[in-house]
Design a binder for this molecule. Structure first.
Ligand code: NI
Ligand code: MN
Length: 232
């Protein structure tokens, strides 16, 4: 499984020959100047088969329509309310809610609870916020989405050992570094990909300090640059 990180909570999972884009946030993203996100997309995003959306906040869904138009046949996977919202715009969707694994060509996917809110910029209700637990024959991955630390994270490793967890670390709207370290205890997962930091002033962190704090607890915090990828 390959993970290509972009910025904020946006990344691509390549599992076998399938490309999954998570929480696309390019066009409204302050990290990109003068619309150079289009070049970034052209250089790095060669294909998208699925778009996974954790919740309806703008910094997670703002480019769903752009990618649905750019890549023919994209399937948007999210909770029932978010799926309905995009289905009405003519996009192919797969809605789900908490409670079961669902099989897709890339693996088994479970929509899981997150402790957060979920509303579209136009005021439309976005269902309950969530994350994804993904089991594949290349390993298991937990994507928490925007959330605080929560005791429900203790349930995640019951379903199977995790290779990696993708957790927000920027604070203010989500977990900070301290909570993410505790989350990794709950998840029984020592390898964390940190997301949702440094995109806005209010979620700024010191990357070296953050890595050191994880390291001191016997854990690894991976922080990727834009376009950088890892294989797990
Ligand atoms: Ni959010
Ligand atoms: Mn967010």
């Amino acid at each position: 499984m390959k993970i290509i990180f972009f910025t904020h909570s946006t990344f691509v999972l390549k599992i076998h020959d399938k490309y999954l884009l998570i929480d696309p946030f390019f066009s409204g993203n302050p990290v990109f100047d003068n619309k150079n996100f289009l070049k970034c997309i052209d250089d790095l995003l060669i294909r998208v088969d699925y778009i996974l959306l954790t919740h309806a906040h703008y910094d997670h869904v703002c480019d769903v329509e752009l990618f649905s138009q750019k890549f023919h046949g994209v399937l948007v996977i999210s909770n029932y309310e978010i799926s309905n919202y995009f289905e009405k715009k003519g996009i192919k969707t797969y809605g789900m809610n908490y409670g079961s694994f669902i099989s897709f060509p890339f693996g088994k996917l479970k929509y899981v609870w997150a402790n957060h809110s979920s509303v579209f910029n136009d005021g439309t209700y976005g269902g309950n916020a969530g994350g994804f637990l993904l089991h594949t024959n290349e390993g298991n991955l937990y994507i928490s989405g925007d959330t605080s630390l929560m005791s429900e994270m203790n349930l995640i490793p019951i379903f199977g050992k995790l290779k990696l967890s993708v957790l927000p670390i920027g604070g203010r709207y989500t977990m900070d570094i301290e909570e993410a370290i505790l989350a990794s205890d709950f998840l029984k997962c020592k390898k964390i990909l940190g997301v949702h930091y440094n995109t806005f002033e209010e979620i700024r962190i010191n990357k070296d300090e953050a890595k050191k704090k994880f390291y001191e607890k016997g854990k690894e915090l991976i922080l990727l640059e834009m376009g950088e990828s890892i294989c797990i």
